[in-house]
Design a protein around this ligand. Structure first.
Ligand code: GLN
Length: 277
């Protein structure tokens, strides 16, 4: 039976420039921590060995690592991901830190997450603000199924709704929100993307010729009416979109518009507030 070290060396031959990914795969299939993989004399069964090598071959052909393992670490979670959802980016954690600043601890509130995908935003907010009633929407039933599995995995109570943008929410006469967050598709249609990103769902990535279609639609379809007076809209953006998105919010009558950066120092979110009167 092959030892883990032998398999590790074989995987490195298949993925020579991606040692950390090889460690990640070996750890995933053996259950050992990454630091113990090199030199490990653990013997894997032929089935385990075959699975590991098949995974390394898939990765060598450009499939995202997270679709192979089915998992992506995010915030305090190991989120389930499939090719039906965008792989949550750690850049988005900066948007969630901002969301939490807008939601006082210990206060009941209503939050909506539009374009929830794997549920990363909704789960984080519900975990950190347990008194929040969180509604999460997506146009894709397959994405919602993944988000639902993630909520079940972490026993977080989230109201999932299928539909196109705001149409998934109850009418504003019935429910308004303290915070609406969204990480909509915002990549320009003709952007040149790396091979692995191209395997992620186009539905979750592309936002029209200039990437701004979904921001325009949210605003034109009356997102402000879905906010309580004084409620916040917080949008994840591409790093060159702070100015045009801020301008859209300004034209729509939002107050207190500002933007912030992710850990790489790139503009990553824009927020605006519905006027109190
Ligand atoms: N941040 C993702 C990327 O750059 C895009 C996410 C999105 O379109 N919402 O690949």
């Amino acid at each position: 039976m092959p030892t883990l070290n032998e398999l590790y060396q074989e995987c490195l031959r298949l993925l020579p420039v991606a040692e950390h990914e090889v460690l990640w795969l070996c750890s995933h299939f053996s259950g050992l921590p990454k630091r113990d993989i090199p030199h490990s004399q653990l013997e894997l069964t032929p089935e385990q060995a075959a699975q590991l090598l098949a995974a390394a071959r898939r990765r060598a052909q450009g499939e995202p690592l997270q679709y192979i393992t089915g998992l992506q670490p995010f915030w305090d979670f190991e989120l389930i991901v499939t090719p039906d959802v965008l792989i949550p980016r750690w850049d988005s954690e900066a948007v969630l830190e901002q969301a939490l600043k807008l939601l006082p601890k210990g206060a009941a509130c209503h939050v909506a997450d539009i374009c929830t995908g794997s549920g990363a935003y909704a789960l984080t907010i519900k975990k950190e603000r347990p008194l929040a009633q969180v509604t999460a929407c997506d146009i894709s039933p397959a994405a919602l199924a993944v988000a639902g599995r993630n909520a079940a995995k972490y026993t977080l109570d989230i109201d999932f709704r299928q539909g196109d943008l705001l149409s998934a929410l109850p009418a504003p006469e019935l429910q308004q929100y303290d915070l609406i967050v969204s990480n909509p598709p915002y990549v320009e249609d003709n952007a040149e993307l790396p091979a692995d990103v191209r395997q992620e769902p186009a539905l979750a990535l592309f936002g029209g010729p200039d990437g701004l279609d979904f921001y325009r639609r949210l605003i034109n379809e009356g997102v402000q009416a879905y906010l309580k007076p004084g409620g916040w809209l917080l949008l994840e953006i591409g790093c060159a979109q702070a100015e045009p998105v801020s301008k859209l919010l300004q034209q729509a009558g939002f107050n207190q518009i500002c933007h912030g950066q992710d850990l790489a120092g790139l503009d990553r979110w824009v927020q605006g507030r519905r006027p109190i009167k």
